[in-house]
Design a protein around this ligand. Structure first.
Ligand code: GLY
Length: 328
């Protein structure tokens, strides 16, 4: 296992926790409308090899769209992609045959919205934004989220395609439940965007683990686990086994480590190692993170081989392989 000067960082982390931040006075409160020029140009990163999704976000950022709207554009591409069996339309159902979607968004002001276990609505990342902007709440679940979507005019769509129904019926002959998440069976789209003003926002969208128990909710709608953004520091998003991401509050952890001085790379590595330390080295599930800081630096880390992410900057959209900790 890579150690990446872990002891040194732990010491820095302990010292950092001793520094008590000063209370914000009216004059030193962050001004979210302030225009900060992002010299390096906008950046979009997203989980896995979602080339078209990340290009959609990157081009939106270049045409001056804000970070949150651009991140949602990327999520929408995969939500509509019927070949993607882990997000939106065509997503694999639960073990009873219901396709249920989870999503969340977080913007540069620290506002967030989330929906869980939503049926018959394709664009759940946009719905999460509507929860954030049009309700006094952060999270809406199931029928409540669906009625809210209907009231806003969202189209009703049967999310179970013929193909995903066939795969589910095939699976149900043996009903073996061993979710393996990797490049052939990737999950969640998680997106982080930095716009021309230097503001960071993110979005997550997923149908969750294939053939999950009815009612199971993963990390992708849990702010702090699947996604966290602090515009003073940066953001992080997760993919993989949601239960383990929730147990370690992975995305919040990464942003807080970056606040203490970790680079995005070291922060992602530490969040992955924290899971491995809890589980031992025989972990048979995948978790991966990507992170983006205020300087435009990117980090990424995964438990197992096979995770890649996309990075769009200055017109270039690259798929990047990520280092893993366990080779098995
Ligand atoms: N990471 C998606 C899920 O566990 O539902």
């Amino acid at each position: 296992m890579k150690r990446r000067s872990f002891l040194g960082k732990t010491l820095i982390g302990s010292l950092a926790t001793l520094i008590v931040p000063k209370a914000l006075s009216a004059s030193n409160k962050p001004n979210f409308s302030e225009v900060i020029k992002n010299e390096k140009g906008p950046i979009s990163i997203c989980t896995w090899n979602f080339v078209k999704a990340n290009a959609a976000a990157g081009k939106a950022l270049e045409s001056d769209l804000d970070a949150l709207s651009s991140a949602i554009k990327a999520a929408e591409v995969e939500e509509l992609n019927d070949k993607n069996t882990t997000v939106g339309y065509g997503g694999a159902p639960d073990r009873e045959g219901n396709v249920t979607l989870d999503a969340c968004v977080m913007d540069h002001k620290g506002d967030c919205g989330s929906v869980v276990a939503v049926q018959n609505i394709v664009h759940v990342a946009a719905l999460a934004r509507d929860v954030m902007e049009k309700t006094p709440h952060v999270m809406l679940a199931a029928e409540g989220a669906e009625s809210f979507a209907k009231s806003l005019g969202y189209k009703q769509t049967n999310l179970l395609t013929e193909e995903s129904k066939e795969s589910w019926l095939e699976w149900s002959k043996n009903s073996k439940y061993k979710p393996i998440i990797n490049i052939e069976n990737h999950d969640t789209i998680g997106v982080l965007c930095m716009d021309k003003k230097g503001n960071i926002a993110g979005a997550c969208s997923t149908s969750g683990l294939s053939y999950k128990m009815k009612g199971r909710v993963g990390d992708s709608s849990i702010i702090g686990s699947g996604l966290y953004v602090d515009n003073e520091i940066g953001g992080a998003v997760a993919t993989g086994m949601g239960e383990e991401i929730i147990k370690t509050v992975g995305s919040f952890l990464i942003v807080e480590l970056m606040r203490q001085g970790y680079s995005p790379q070291d922060a992602c590595d530490e969040a992955i190692q924290r899971i491995i330390r809890k589980q031992g080295e025989h972990v048979d599930f995948q978790v991966a993170y990507i992170a983006l800081d205020k300087q435009g630096r990117v980090g990424s880390s995964s438990i197992h081989k096979g995770f890649t992410y996309m990075k769009y900057q200055n017109g270039e959209n690259k798929n990047i392989e990520v280092n893993n900790f366990i080779n098995s």
